[in-house]
Write a protein that binds this ligand. Structure first.
Ligand code: NCD
Length: 356
């Protein structure tokens, strides 16, 4: 049994296979109409979502399976104080696979360690979002014909934008990738992405605040929303919310075949007039999301290997405490704190922030 918590849980070969399967699903949907007949997907969404949850549900329905679940924490037993671990054990008796979204980083890992069915991380706080990355990779491969030799600009909220963290990790495994990080200093990429991915994998990257100056060299522009719900200080959000707005005029500086991606929802960071530009790929990207999630569900349900999520946890429980208020350890008192060490830095296994 396998879970998908971090995009790096899938090998490069597996990603190519899944992209092939998704492309085949787009061409020949009828072939897969009964592929998961009799199987149930539980969507446990402790945080609001429209497209991710609906695309998971549509994916399972198009595979001939059925779906059950909840779409907000208030309608689950979490509101009564139930732990993620207990929820995962209970749901294992009712469904064949779980897709979980949670406001706290690491919650899907806790679920995977307690469930007896595969768990898919459908977004954990400001941490990771591997199935959006699958969607992004399928879109890049369909639009550009390759996943290597690309200059990719990430613009907006790189601090809290979990889709950015997962996509950078995924891109670290292809050759000829150049990353351009475009954000205000307050919303710069977290240290764990810099140290564990960009620096460790010797990726070529630059940082700038200037979108217009960066535009001409980009093959892909990945725009993101400023993540209002993750700000502790609303004055800071108000100050930063309009940092970047991509419009038709700015796009004149970009390559004629640059692909514009956005995980959506859009607030105001891409003006609506840009939607008519042939470079705008974000609605196609959302559609691709259903097909790659179909490929993922099919893959995890047909995999009979051991539970891999458990092996990600070091056996030794930490004497160090994680103090990140966005980590699942901050709200589940009985959860053992665990860390992994890399180059003398200790990082929480659930949220990747440094523990001291
Ligand atoms: C993203 C998310 O949830 O992180 N949306 C999505 O999955 N489609 C991006 C966002 O909310 O800004």
């Amino acid at each position: 049994m396998r879970s998908l918590i971090d995009i790096l849980d899938l090998s490069v070969e597996e990603l190519y296979e899944m992209i092939d399967t998704a492309n085949d699903m787009i061409e020949n949907p009828a072939k897969y109409a009964e592929a998961c007949k009799g199987k149930k997907l539980a969507t446990l969404f402790f945080e609001p979502s429209t497209r991710t949850r609906l695309s998971f549900e549509a994916a399972m329905l198009d595979l001939g399976g059925s779906v059950l679940g909840f779409s907000e924490a208030g309608s689950s037993s979490a509101s009564k104080g139930e732990s993620v671990a207990d929820t995962a054990k209970i749901v294992s008796g009712y469904a064949d696979i779980i897709a979980m979204r949670h406001p706290k980083a690491g919650a899907p890992l806790v679920a995977a360690n307690n469930a007896s069915i595969p768990v898919i991380n459908a977004g954990d706080g400001g941490h990771f979002h591997p199935t959006q990355t699958l969607t992004d990779l399928l879109t890049i491969s369909r639009e550009k014909g390759r996943l290597h030799d690309l200059t990719v600009g990430f613009c907006g909220d790189l601090k809290y934008g979990r889709t950015v963290h997962s996509l950078i990790a995924a891109l670290s495994r292809y050759t000829g990738i150049k990353i351009v990080l475009i954000s205000p200093a307050e919303l710069a990429i977290p240290d764990y992405v810099k140290e564990d991915v960009l620096d460790k994998e010797h990726m070529a990257y630059t940082e700038t605040v200037d979108l217009e100056a960066a535009l001409p060299e980009l093959d892909i522009l990945y725009m993101t929303r400023i993540q209002r719900e993750r700000f502790a200080d609303m004055d800071e959000y108000e100050r930063l919310k309009d940092s970047y707005v991509l419009n038709v005029e700015k796009l004149e500086k970009a390559k004629s075949d640059m692909a514009i991606l956005h995980p959506l929802p859009r607030v105001n960071e891409i003006s609506v007039a840009v939607d008519n530009d042939p470079r705008a790929c974000y609605f196609k990207q959302a559609r691709n999301g259903k097909f790659i999630r179909m490929a993922l569900i099919l893959k995890l349900l047909s995999d009979d290997s051991l539970n891999t999520a458990v092996s990600q946890l070091p056996s030794e429980v930490s004497h160090l405490r994680c103090h990140n208020p966005g980590c699942i350890t901050s709200c589940e008192q009985e959860l053992a704190h665990c860390y992994r060490s890399m180059d003398g830095v200790n990082r929480c296994v659930y949220c990747d922030s440094e523990v001291k």
